[in-house]
Design a protein around this ligand. Structure first.
Ligand SMILES: Cc1ncc(COP(=O)(O)O)c(C=O)c1O
Length: 366
């Protein structure tokens, strides 16, 4: 049986008519930039995130970039995050001219180890950027404690974790701001690129709104050097159709995860550890296994979708050689990069499909 890592066509088939109608509405209106769909999506994402404000932007990457620019973080500043994340987290810090200062992860959650942050803080530190990886939020209380004591901003990279919770609080609602991605593989995925920033901070919100439109207010008067980070109304229209399903889709992912957990119990497969403080949305279901690369090759040969998130931690990426880190600096991130792999977890996955995945994994590892 073939099992893809993700089946976007399957999901689209369930909402096709509503999506087409919503797109037609935008096209008929010819409101091609901004407008009511973007504003409505901002309102709804702010609401589901328990935040006062939301700013639609062109991608999760631009959400992070806009946050850093709006907080005036730049050359001479340092931002603390982990090397075990998608490139964009650290790429954005570098793009504004600030220095990414990396600390290792908690090997159970793959999120930043809060016990290591304090020692990384210097006079130049301006922000901490925890990444809520794979759908589970980082351990936010100790992170906020370090930040509060030193008036540091906390930018939550919640690209993979919209609506997930930590001690009952929503992703994006604890730090200074939270950044979401609507990349199509996310739990709430667009039909192209898109992103959003949520915050309770009104002055920051106003600045984010201006910054996404070349720092312009009123028209052709530029207070800041911003960018074109605007969210496309076509994306907003499709996302407004999908958002009401997000809770059910994430619940289906949790059900699928429970099935895998049960089937892999007592085997060499190390299943995800979810903190009792967290409710994950399982953007990815990542296991650790021996002979990982061989297993990936075996599954792919047998038409079972799987992926390695992420094979190379940031401190070992060619473009970050300038940061001066070396192999061995972040052992947990390096170990995770060598052992981890993601299995299909998308909501439309059926039991026979999951059974086929489990059988292939266990047959290979036996
Ligand atoms: C942790 C993390 N940060 C940032 C991003 C960037 O989001 P986007 O791809 O929408 O630019 C992603 C998405 O891929 C991500 O997973």
């Amino acid at each position: 049986m073939e099992v893809p890592l993700l089946d976007l066509k399957g999901q689209y088939a369930t909402i096709k008519e509503q999506v087409m109608a919503a797109l037609a509405e935008v096209l008929e209106s010819q409101q091609c930039i901004g407008g009511p769909k973007v504003a409505e999506l901002e309102k709804q994402v702010a609401a589901v995130s328990d935040c006062k404000y939301a700013v639609g932007v062109s991608s999760g990457t631009d959400a992070i970039l806009n946050c850093l620019m709006s907080l005036e973080i730049g050359p001479g500043d340092e931002v603390i995050t982990t090397p075990f994340t998608f490139f964009a987290t650290i790429g954005c810090i570098a793009r504004v001219g600030a220095k990414p200062v990396l600390v290792d992860i908690d090997p159970r959650t793959y999120n930043i180890d809060p016990n290591l942050i304090e020692a990384a803080v210097t006079q130049r530190t301006r922000a901490i950027m925890p990444v809520h990886l794979f759908g589970q939020m980082a351990d936010m209380d100790p992170i906020m404690e370090v930040a509060r004591g030193r008036s540091l901003a906390v930018i939550e990279d919640a690209a993979q974790s919209i609506t997930s919770t930590y001690k009952g609080k929503k992703a994006g609602s604890i730090g200074t701001a939270g950044c979401f991605s609507f990349f199509p593989s996310k739990n709430l995925g667009g039909i192209g690129d898109g992103g959003m920033i949520v915050t309770d901070d009104e002055p920051l919100f106003k600045r984010l709104m201006m910054m996404r439109n070349h720092g312009m207010e009123p028209k052709y008067f530029h207070k800041y050097v911003g960018g074109n980070f605007r969210l496309d109304p076509i994306q907003a229209a499709a996302l407004l159709v999908k958002l009401p399903h997000l809770g059910d889709w994430s619940e289906a992912r949790r059900r699928n995860a429970a099935y895998y957990n049960k089937r892999f119990a007592g085997t060499v497969v190390q299943t995800p550890w979810i903190s009792p403080d967290c409710k994950t949305i399982y953007n990815q279901y990542c296991i650790r296994v021996p002979r990982r690369d061989e297993l990936v090759a075996h599954l792919k040969a047998n038409k079972i979708g799987c992926e390695i998130y992420y094979p190379v931690p940031a401190h070992l990426q060619e473009c970050f050689a300038c940061l001066g880190y070396k192999r061995g600096d972040f052992p947990e991130s390096e170990r995770a990069a060598a052992e981890i792999m993601a299995l299909p977890i998308y909501p439309e996955l059926t039991c026979p499909m999951q059974d086929a995945v489990v059988q292939q994994v266990l047959a290979f590892l036996k």
